[in-house]
Design a protein around this ligand. Structure first.
Ligand code: KG4
Ligand code: ZN
Length: 332
């Protein structure tokens, strides 16, 4: 089935066309970074208004790039949640209208599941696998035993890893969004220069906590040592603390579950240091680590189209009551 995917859960308006026989035919992402940078974070009402502005041209471009019109499209997939409710409603309402007008089936995709399975756009992964989903809104570990068999193992008790990166970047005066800026700056810094805290919680815990690290950074920057520190060393040391916890807990979860496969997903899995270090861990411990290319780590509609294709071709479609949801469906 050839599927049009639409994603609008946060601050990117995205559309893509995926067809298992032909591969990914288009993948369009319109970023709102310039709008939100002025405020140092995503402003929900502005995000919704930008989606309203962008959704038609973005979908048209995805269809044009894929040389696919109404007749070529067999179904529509759209992110139903979790995310910012106003943002989700724009994409969802547009997708439902299109499905209704075109008389095509529609599937409301879960944003987290879409991230987890994004890797399949590039290569197959044997089930079961452990997925580490690290983004601006989520930091969670899952045991994935099949396309509709996803178990939540643990998640953050406070900030998500991406949120920690963004807040740290703000404290360092690097602007928004901060993950990429810290990644870039850290490349020229010493990751062992400052011993920022790693919150392991209990030994067995698959939960995360990053709020203490954020406070430690703020306290350090206000101290005499912090005021005299090289910003590259601070960025590298901060990043190392986040990366150590992410890779440590992902590998520990794989060992506990007895699964020698770890898949990374979400915007923070674009981080260079995390990618390099977790790949080393995998090679050392015999765990296969799957790293999707960066464009498939951050928010995109290709992953939504892929998940929609799997569901719709299996006969699983959403009904006319399809609606948006803000909170994650996954919990223990
Ligand atoms: O998955 P995503 O695009 O959107 C959400 O669903 O949240 O993730 C966005 C998050 C932001 O917090 C951003 O700072 C972070 O991913 N991020 C990075 C990098 N690229 C994006 N964090 C660290 N290093 C990066 N290279
Ligand atoms: Zn996301």
């Amino acid at each position: 089935m050839r599927i049009l995917g639409i994603e609008s859960s946060c601050d990117d308006t995205a559309a893509a066309v995926y067809d298992p026989a032909a591969g990914l035919l288009s993948n369009v992402v319109s970023s709102q970074v310039d709008v939100h940078a002025l405020y140092g974070g995503v402003v929900p009402e502005l995000a919704s208004r930008e989606h309203i502005r962008s959704v038609v041209p973005v979908v048209e471009k995805a269809l044009d790039d894929a040389r696919s019109g109404r007749d070529a499209i067999d179904g529509i997939a759209v992110t139903a949640g979790p995310g910012l409710i106003g943002s989700l409603l724009v994409g969802l309402c547009f997708a439902k209208s299109l499905a209704h007008a075109w008389q095509k089936p529609i599937y409301g995709a879960d944003h987290l599941e879409a991230h987890i399975f994004a890797v399949f756009l590039e290569r197959p992964v044997a089930f079961p696998f452990v997925a580490l989903l690290v983004s601006g809104g989520h930091t969670s570990l899952f045991r994935v035993s099949g396309w509709d068999d996803v178990d939540f193992l643990g998640g953050t008790r406070d900030d998500a890893a991406g949120e920690a990166f963004d807040k740290a970047a703000k404290l360092l005066g690097l602007g928004y969004p901060g993950g990429v800026a810290i990644d870039r700056l850290a490349a020229a810094g010493d990751p062992a220069r400052y011993p920022f805290p790693r919150a392991w919680l209990s030994h067995e815990s698959a939960d995360f906590s990053f709020s203490g690290l954020k406070t430690a950074l703020r306290t350090f920057l206000a101290s005499p040592a912090g005021r005299g520190a090289r910003i590259e060393d601070v960025a590298a040391s901060f990043q190392e603390a986040v990366v150590d916890v992410l890779r440590g807990k992902a590998l520990a979860a794989a060992a506990r579950e007895g699964i020698p496969r770890v898949v990374l997903a979400g915007g923070v899995s674009a981080n260079s240091r995390l990618r390099a270090r977790i790949a080393e861990d995998g090679a050392r411990s015999g765990v296969e680590v799957f790293l999707p290319s960066r464009a498939l780590c951050t928010d995109n509609a290709a992953m939504v189209a892929l998940l929609g294709e799997r569901r719709l071709s299996a006969g699983v479609a959403s009904g006319p009551d399809l609606n948006a949801y803000a909170a994650s469906r996954f919990s223990r």
